[in-house]
Design a binder for this molecule. Structure first.
Ligand code: FES
Length: 99
């Protein structure tokens, strides 16, 4: 199965491979790339990032259903459909009411 290339642009450039049947979080961790995350299951919002370029699919999870809009995704709940560019520079974990 072809793996896509995912490039983290900020805070520092990191590149990893991710298969279309993996989440971005699983692809990063499998490649030895450290990214922000907590629960790994779509509940804590710590893995929030912005998609700069590329197509993706959101998995059906609590955070994606309520808090991921437009180019904001949660890497534990997102799978790539193409090569992607993502950034953590202007996103923060969700700090609103409990999910
Ligand atoms: S790691 Fe908790 S929502 Fe993604």
């Amino acid at each position: 199965m072809r793996a896509f290339t995912v490039t983290i642009l900020q805070p520092e450039v990191k590149i990893f491979s991710c298969r279309p049947d993996q989440t971005l979080l699983d692809g990063a961790l499998q490649s030895g790339i450290t990214v922000p995350y907590g629960c790994g299951a779509g509940k804590c919002t710590r893995c929030r990032c912005r998609v700069v370029q590329g197509e993706f699919i959101r998995l059906n999870t609590p955070v994606n259903a309520k808090f991921a809009r437009g180019d904001i995704v949660f890497v534990c709940c997102t799978r790539p459909l193409t090569d992607m560019l993502i950034s953590y520079s202007d996103t923060q974990p969700y700090t609103g009411p409990s999910l």
